[in-house]
Design a protein around this ligand. Structure first.
Ligand code: AMP
Length: 277
């Protein structure tokens, strides 16, 4: 495994036709599933580890976000990853005068709750695409709105990259793996799987033809009873990222809710699993 930390080192490495797996580090099985998908594509895999300040709001957890480059590299070495790119903030942002915005799919949900977040994500991913010119890039469906943003950005800006979106990796009790799960107290960790349980129950009810509004409301009540403070729990179209009552192949239920100060997000797709576009 080669550790690259500057743009000059990237240039010197002359990696062609690679598969990019962008992350913020503190790697877990969810990230490793993306890496494994990347390896299956038969090209060198580059994992980027960069806690991107541009996607954190002032009140968010940038300074306490878990960082452990050494352990991350060990995990990635074990997966046969060829390159890790872990640049400094100054290397990526000598200045920030241009940003990428994808307004249509970011008006609601995470975009509304976290103003500026998706500009930060789109900007850094666009920069990584320019730096590496990957033939493919792998992202997790866990961050469903992020997938919509990246898909729309690559279409709008004609970026020639194949996108792979991989299913969410979960703990045995259903909780989606996330670096932020470490913030949960033991009691909150016990309640946390209720989020996925209610997403599934609601998906089941809606696919069986039950009334959408009441299925959603029932799930919200269950979550509130379990101690969650809900930001949103909605049926949407994963391409437009708008609420919908009509089911189609892109229907998904998305949720964000807090247990104490820790915010969990999760989703379920009602029908197909998109893994490539
Ligand atoms: P992050 O390090 O949180 O920015 O995530 C980097 C990539 O890993 C993103 O594409 C995430 O969607 C993906 N990811 C995070 N958690 C999971 C998970 N539990 N299962 C699958 N992919 C994940």
């Amino acid at each position: 495994l080669k550790l690259l930390s500057t743009l000059a080192e990237v240039k010197e490495a002359e990696i062609d036709g690679l598969v990019l797996v962008p992350t913020m580090g503190a790697l877990h099985e969810g990230h490793l599933s993306l890496v494994r998908k990347g390896s299956q594509l038969g090209k060198p895999v580059v994992v980027t580890i960069f806690v991107n300040p541009l996607q954190f709001a002032a009140n968010e957890d940038l300074s306490r976000y878990p960082r452990n480059l050494e352990q991350d590299c060990q995990l990635l070495g074990g997966e046969g990853v060829e390159y890790v790119f872990a640049p400094s903030v100054a290397e990526i942002y000598p200045r920030v005068s241009s940003k990428v915005s994808v307004p249509e799919v970011t008006e609601e949900f995470e975009g509304a709750k976290r103003p500026g977040h998706f500009d930060g994500v789109a900007t850094v991913v666009c920069k990584l695409f320019q730096i590496f010119r990957p033939s493919a890039a792998v992202f997790g469906l866990k961050d469903l709105q992020q997938c919509a943003v990246i898909e729309r950005m690559t279409q709008d800006l004609n970026i020639p990259v194949q996108l792979c979106f991989e299913p969410t990796v979960r703990e045995n009790d259903g909780l989606a793996k996330s670096s932020r799960n470490a913030y949960l107290t033991a009691a909150q960790r016990n309640s946390a799987p209720v989020l996925y349980r209610e997403l599934n129950r609601c998906a089941e009810a809606i696919s069986q033809g039950n009334n959408v509004a009441s299925a959603l409301e029932q799930a919200r009540v269950q979550l509130t009873d379990a101690g969650f403070s809900i930001d949103y729990f909605e049926l949407i179209d994963r391409i437009s990222f708008r609420r919908t009552e009509n089911l189609n192949k892109d229907s998904a239920i998305i949720a964000a809710a807090k247990l104490g100060t820790t915010r969990l997000i999760d989703n379920v797709l009602l029908f197909t699993t998109p893994n490539m576009s």
